[in-house]
Design a protein. Structure first.
Length: 291
């Protein structure tokens, strides 16, 4: 195999890794800040992909533009879910286990609703640029994959800026690092958490749409995506947005490198094997946990 083909595989892996990173960022934020493990996160990603697909088929709306139509639905849907389901569970003795059981049920409901209203058959985005490529020297970039990667990078950048630069983002970090001190400063913990959960659900929808540019999807796809989300978050550090993004890129890089030298059947074996070795050396992940 030539060096150019290896580099091409690595670039493709990084593009996929960017999408893994976006899917992991919202999940990591909710887990790190609220101690809530949202098993339905990947199901919301599939829901976003299906909604974008419906807009594409019914109105011819490109999935990139479709996201801005879907965004309010996902954001406010996430806020409502937090207000009436997640928030009551946070009074439980073990928030982690209770939230996992609750959101697992939500994931099953979303999966079955998609199957009933839509179809269990695989779906794929077919746009004006499907099958087209951008050539830069010896390298070819599939346009759908490139669009998905750019969407993912943009989504991660927005979330990072929200957490680090905006008043609401800083309030969220302060609330969950020092909750009592935050209350003394008049921060409404419940309201801030609702906004953060809504953003996490919206980011999942964006990640699902981005993934739909690369792979086909069906109502059960969230189970596979959830495995990669857990890997990205654990490797990148729970609550660490930048670390999660970098971990996603690393996993994508491993996938791309594996594909360059081994049959597809070995890709997951090699990727998960390397990650297990990393976690054996650094059980807390490559980056420190934070909010």
């Amino acid at each position: 195999m030539t060096g150019i083909l290896v580099l091409q595989s690595l670039i493709s892996g990084l593009m996929i890794g960017a999408i893994y990173g976006l899917l992991g960022v919202g999940f990591s934020l909710v887990w790190g800040a609220m101690k809530v493990i949202n098993i339905a996160h990947a199901a919301f990603a599939v829901l976003g992909a299906y909604l974008a697909y419906a807009l594409l088929k019914m109105f011819g709306l490109d999935p990139v533009l479709g996201f801005f139509v879907i965004l309010p639905f996902l954001f406010f849907g996430g806020m409502v879910l937090y207000r009436y389901l997640i928030f009551p569970v946070m009074r439980a003795r073990d928030i982690v286990v209770s939230s996992m059981v609750l959101t697992f049920g939500c994931a099953i409901i979303i999966e079955n609703l998609i199957s009933l209203i839509g179809s269990p058959d695989p779906r794929v985005f077919t746009t004006r640029y499907t099958g087209k490529a951008l050539f830069l020297g010896p390298f070819a970039f599939q346009l759908p994959q490139t669009v998905g990667a750019l969407m993912a990078l943009g989504g991660m950048a927005v979330l990072y800026i929200f957490l680090k630069k905006t008043h609401t983002g800083k309030a969220l970090r302060a609330s969950w690092q020092q909750p009592e001190a935050a209350r003394l400063y008049g921060i409404n913990l419940k309201r801030i958490s609702m906004i953060a959960f809504g953003l996490a659900v919206a980011s999942a929808g964006l990640g699902g749409i981005a993934m739909g540019f690369v792979y086909s999807f069906d109502p059960h796809t969230h189970n596979l995506w959830l495995i990669y989300i857990f890997l990205v978050v654990i490797l990148g550090g729970v609550g660490n947005v930048l670390g999660t993004a970098l971990a996603g890129l690393l996993i994508g890089l491993l996938n791309g490198l594996s594909l360059a030298f081994f049959p597809y059947q070995w890709v997951n074996v090699i990727t998960f094997g390397v990650l297990i070795l990393i976690l054996l050396v650094r059980p807390s992940g490559l980056f420190a946990s934070e909010v």
